[in-house]
Design a protein around this ligand. Structure first.
Ligand code: UDP
Ligand code: MG
Length: 139
């Protein structure tokens, strides 16, 4: 089943000039880039994106991190791409992520873990719509 997922190259990765390295891995997996842009969001926009985590202790720090510099947001498209992208990312905590995953190779700590990926069809739909308009998703 062809799906779409939202990927983010987070501000830590953009500032460390890892954007190209990460996108190269997506293309090597055969994921199609349906949309892509570099943006910088406000803290309240970051809070809206991570609304499901609003009661978690790391919420405010996470919002500050995501608003702290530019990020690259992408819509990836492909067969089973939601799970395949999550597998390529690795576990949330880079120290627990499998070898060869993006977070294991490049992540610093559980917050600064270089990439985001939608975890379900429902979250992908919300997250893609949070950053991209219908016009940007044509192609
Ligand atoms: N995060 C954090 N501390 C934690 C758990 C998560 O700072 O204890 C951050 C981390 O950047 C993570 C994001 O919050 O990617 C969203 O957390 P989630 O549990 O959804 O992890 P993900 O889906 O990104 O693997
Ligand atoms: Mg998540």
């Amino acid at each position: 089943m062809v799906e779409r997922t939202l990927a983010i190259v987070k501000p830590d990765a953009v500032s460390r000039q890892l954007t190209g390295e990460i996108i190269k891995r997506y293309e090597h997996q055969g994921f199609k880039i349906a949309a892509i842009k570099k943006i910088r969001i406000t803290k309240s926009q970051a809070e809206g994106f991570y609304y499901v985590h609003r009661h978690r202790p790391f919420f405010e720090s996470l919002a500050n991190f995501m608003a702290g510099g530019p990020m690259v947001v992408l819509v990836l498209e492909g067969e089973d791409v939601i799970k395949r992208h999550r597998d390529l990312m690795g576990a949330t905590n880079p120290k627990e992520a499998d070898k060869g995953t993006i977070r294991r190779e490049f992540g610093t700590d559980i917050e600064h873990n270089v990439v985001h990926g939608s975890d379900s069809r429902e979250s992908a739909q919300f997250e893609i719509g949070y950053f991209f308009s219908g016009l940007e998703l044509q192609s």
